[in-house]
Write a protein that binds this ligand. Structure first.
Ligand code: 2RA
Length: 351
């Protein structure tokens, strides 16, 4: 019989994309149960064209469920993922809670699908959206040339901070619209926004007309959590514990789709032509790289699609065996819901 799937966190930014993805991919599921906080229980949402009533997150909601995908805050996952697993479901968790646990695999299906089979706790983690936005491309290049070092700058979309993140960008743009003098005097945008909008922005500075060199929470020595996730998760997914990674994560006024500027050093020599060949052959990567004709990926051309897009592939002039490239991936699709759905399909194929 077909496996039953629960989507926990069905009403959030990723949950909404998740419902769209499971409705439009090959339908392998029996029941699809929608689960959310008691506050959202009772809402009616569409999945596979049918109305489904959202159920409250209680232990019994996992009865009869084979696979449960969680997209909820870290502390909710910490409490509820083990409950689902103990009740017999295989839990696929999008939060940061279990990603680095040695007994929980961290899976990107096109890079390390076999890791999904080693799941002693019945928990599989799916990476942070920033890591995922580049992983299909970097995994393909690593397999051929042996990755040794990554230096990354991210350009992260506001929807990475959830529904509230997108709402804040739209509100700020609206508050500033029509004023052709803003952004020309230090601090002017902040002053206008302070007057017009609530102070509870998910971002530590104005995000409209700006770039903010901060994503996530403060960790030791001035690092942002997003930067450390990029490092630690890349090492685990690629299976390179010694991989050297340094990242700067930046929030930009883009609604959805994270971009990354990647400087990658390999063990073996690699030409641009080699890299183009490898990236073209990778099934979930799209190469968009014709600078003479102004062709490279941008978030606005990528949003709402599934692949990882790569362009601006160059051989670093002063660094041997090193490529510079630009990657874009929809942070709510491959960066979140799609990767979780692909892991669920991988696991369902074993059941
Ligand atoms: C962000 N990567 O973009 C985060 C979401 N987990 O804020």
């Amino acid at each position: 019989s077909r496996p039953n799937l629960a989507l926990v966190g069905a009403t959030g930014a990723v949950g909404t994309v998740m419902r769209d993805i499971v409705s439009n991919r090959a339908d392998i599921w029996g029941e699809i149960r929608l689960v959310a906080s008691p506050r959202s229980a009772g809402k009616v949402l569409k999945v596979r064209g049918e109305d489904v009533v959202v159920q409250a997150l209680v232990p019994e909601v996992f009865d009869g469920i084979d696979i449960a995908i969680f997209d909820v805050p870290d502390e909710v996952s910490a409490e509820w993922v083990p409950v689902a697993a103990e009740r017999g479901a295989i839990a696929i968790d999008k939060s940061g809670t279990f990603r680095m646990h040695a007994d929980v695999p961290l899976v990107v299906p096109e890079v390390n699908p076999l890791d999904a089979r080693q799941r002693p706790r019945n928990i599989i983690s799916t990476p942070n959206c920033t890591t995922l936005s580049m992983m299909a491309a970097m995994g393909a290049l690593h397999a051929e040339y042996g990755l040794q070092e990554l230096v990354v700058a991210s350009y992260q979309a506001v929807s990475g901070a959830g529904v509230a993140g997108s709402a804040r960008l739209y509100d700020e743009v609206e508050a500033l619209a029509g004023d052709r003098n803003v952004g020309q005097v230090a601090g002017d945008v902040r002053q206008i926004l302070d007057k017009k909008l609530p102070a509870d922005s998910p971002f530590p500075a104005p995000i409209a007309f700006n770039v903010v060199p901060w994503a996530g929470s403060l960790k030791e020595d001035g690092w942002a959590s997003e930067e450390l996730k990029l490092r630690n998760e890349s090492r685990k997914i690629l299976g390179i514990p010694e991989l050297k990674v340094s990242a700067t994560c930046v929030r930009v006024p883009v609604v959805t789709t994270h971009s990354l500027a990647v400087h990658a050093r390999f063990e073996r020599p690699v030409t641009v032509a080699d890299a183009h060949r490898v990236l073209t052959a990778a099934p979930t990567v799209v190469l968009v790289d014709d600078p003479a004709n102004g062709v490279w990926p941008t978030p606005l051309e990528v949003v709402g699609t599934d692949p990882t897009y790569v362009g601006r592939v160059r051989q670093a002039i002063d660094f041997p065996n090193t490529l510079d490239l630009f990657v874009c991936g929809d942070n709510l699709r491959k960066g979140a819901a799609l990767n979780a759905a692909e892991i669920a399909e991988l696991v369902a194929a074993e059941l």
